[in-house]
Write a protein that binds this ligand. Structure first.
Ligand SMILES: Cc1ncc(C[n+]2csc(CCOP(=O)(O)OP(=O)(O)O)c2C)c(N)n1
Length: 579
């Protein structure tokens, strides 16, 4: 038998006896966790009891529903780049996390969720509040694991953090039986740096990078699409340096927004169904398409059979399963976007593509005339979502963190906010989860306490998680909530109008008085219905030191344009309903 390693001996010397529950908290502290989002219950009570002794070291945010727990942790993770931590009890507590976990999975958000579970002898007996959360969460977690003994806790937590944030990030769930929480053992902790058979990142293939550089150097009409991968790898500066050197116009996906300054001269706007006109039509005119840290979501591609067929495609991507999944790449470079872009910048020639960039400006001019003017400077009396969003952006000097819910409000927030800093746009992309906005804003404010956080929510989405106003009030979080209130499930109504012959089937909403509801939670608010009132009210909201809710009654039946109709090609983007 070989002698134990020096490392092992040191660890052993430091080991201290404690319960599994205390080990959970100490392990989280070892990982540098400062905030936990959670909701207690029977099966996780030992962990909560241990937490009682650590109130000074770690902040716990008690939300009003476990869906709020997970969306708040997502907001926190998205704004900070750190892992969001969630606690929930077994059964309904755990199942209430699932929507948010699925959201985090599809949007690559690093989370560690710890759920209590019935004691191990009761597993499989339909015990009180037993649910197979490991089975349920299997397809929507990057990794999940059930812990039944205290000894497993430190290693499992170390691995959970490593897996959640390495490579393409994602959510991890640890299910912790009650006896594992009560049991005592000798605790010691070591962060995880490697797991056999898990390859978070591949080394860069220099040959492929050279091929990519060759295509880029020879291109007359290159076009770059940036996704959230740029933000996740901290490659914002590298992206800017690359496009500036190679003279390439760029557009962001919904989740890529804020990776590049909105007013950068090569930033041509947002891709996708309600993205900008230029980036959508030019996708089908470019000769080389460079996709960085994005996954060709169907909201971006429209009909894939008519997507960028004329172009050579270069895909820089960390996750091998995304390569050739939707759009076949002529050159694929596996690896971290920061490293790939840095290397590519060295390899490519300095160029300008003035005429090509100018074509984007012309397209922007068309969109300005046909869509943006109408949204930002409407001739009609009713308020538009666009003008409300742009005013909030301007009054915060385009520095705020913009959190959006889902629907028309989300698209208006993405289209009309301007971003000057990265990690400033937080919204549910892949899953499109209504109810995301309010709790995500909680996490964003906790993660970025010195920044203004403005949440845009629809009247429908707000009512899915409205109880989180209670969390905002309890934690005195100065989140500014702007309700874009059209008394409709607006985006569904828009589709009903455009594609279902105006048949408004169950999309009209009779709403409560949101200002009164906010006041009931101790949060001041105001309702505005006219343009004259809007600016004063918005300034009052932003100047207010605490949380505030502004209920803005917008035009009831406005539509978000441009729009690539479902199943259409990006070239067939519509600028108005009349087209
Ligand atoms: C949980 C959930 N249920 C249903 C939907 C389908 N959906 C997408 S947008 C939308 C309407 C949203 O209405 P509202 O929150 O009022 O926002 P608006 O579109 O009016 O801005 C609905 C129902 C969804 N995305 N998420």
């Amino acid at each position: 038998m070989t002698a134990p390693s020096k490392e092992f001996m040191e660890m052993k010397q430091e080991a201290i006896q404690m319960t599994g529950a205390e080990a959970v908290i100490r392990s989280l502290l070892e990982e540098g966790v400062e905030t936990i989002f959670g909701y207690p219950g029977g099966a996780i009570m030992p962990v909560y009891d241990a937490l009682y002794d650590f109130k000074e070291q770690v902040r716990h945010i008690l939300t009003r529903h476990e869906q709020g727990v997970v969306h708040a942790a997502q907001g926190y993770a998205r704004v900070t780049g750190k892992v969001g931590v969630c606690f929930a009890t077994s059964g309904p507590g755990a199942t209430n996390l699932i929507t948010g976990i699925a959201d985090a999975m599809i949007d690559s958000t690093p989370l560690v969720c710890i759920t209590g579970q019935v004691a191990s002898p009761l597993l499989g007996t339909d015990a009180f509040q037993e649910s197979d959360v490991v089975g349920i969460s299997m397809p929507v977690t990057k990794w999940n694991y059930q812990i039944t003994t205290p000894e497993e806790i430190p290693t499992a937590i170390a691995q959970a953090f490593y897996i959640a944030h390495s490579g393409r990030p994602g959510p991890v769930l640890l299910d912790l039986t009650k006896d594992a929480q009560f049991g005592k053992f000798d605790f010691s902790y070591k962060c995880c740096e490697k797991i056999r058979s898990y390859v978070p990142e591949f080394p860069l293939d220099k040959e492929n990078l050279k091929n990519a550089a060759g295509l880029i150097d020879g291109a007359k009409k290159p076009f770059l699409l940036f996704g959230q991968g740029v933000i996740l790898s901290g490659a914002e500066r590298e992206l800017q340096e690359f496009i500036e050197k190679a003279g390439i116009p760029a557009a962001g996906t919904l989740l890529g927004l804020s990776a590049l300054d909105s007013d950068h001269k090569l930033h041509t706007g947002m891709l996708g169904m309600h993205g900008n006109y230029g980036p959508n039509i030019k996708t089908n005119e470019c000769d080389v398409l460079i996709a960085v840290g994005m996954r060709f979501d169907d909201r971006v591609t429209g009909d894939v059979k008519r997507y960028a067929r004329q172009a050579k495609v270069i895909h820089l991507e960390i996750d091998p399963s995304e390569i050739d999944k939707i759009i076949k790449a002529d050159v694929a470079v596996l690896g971290d976007a920061k490293k790939s872009l840095r290397m590519l910048t060295r390899l490519v020639k300095k160029q300008e593509h003035k005429e090509w960039v100018n074509e984007f400006h012309q397209a922007a001019g068309i969109e300005m005339e046909k869509v943006i003017q109408r949204d930002l400077f409407p001739a009609k009396a009713g308020l538009t979502m666009g003008e409300v969003v742009r005013m909030a952006s301007e009054l915060t000097n385009n520095h705020s963190v913009v959190v959006a819910d889902v629907g028309q409000n989300q698209m208006a927030a993405a289209r009309y906010s301007k971003f000057t800093q990265t990690r400033s746009h937080i919204s549910s992309g892949g899953l499109g989860t209504m109810g995301f906005g309010l709790p995500a804003a909680i996490g964003a404010k906790i993660g970025a306490p010195d920044r203004e956080v403005v949440a845009f929510v629809g009247d429908g989405g707000l009512q899915m998680t409205i109880q989180e106003l209670g969390t905002i009030a309890q934690e005195h979080l100065p989140v500014k909530v702007v309700v874009l209130n059209n008394h409709f499930l607006g985006m569904v109504r828009q589709w009903q109008q455009l594609f279902f012959e105006h048949r408004y089937s169950f999309t009209e909403m009779v709403n409560p008085d949101f200002v009164k509801i906010a006041e009931g939670f101790g949060i001041p608010g105001k309702q505005v219905t006219t343009r004259q009132e809007l600016q004063v009210a918005m300034k009052e909201m932003i100047g207010h030191p605490g949380p505030y809710l502004l209920d803005v009654l917008v035009e009831k039946e406005d539509n978000i344009f441009p729009m690539v109709p479902s199943g259409a090609s990006v070239s067939d983007i519509l600028l108005s309903a009349e087209e």
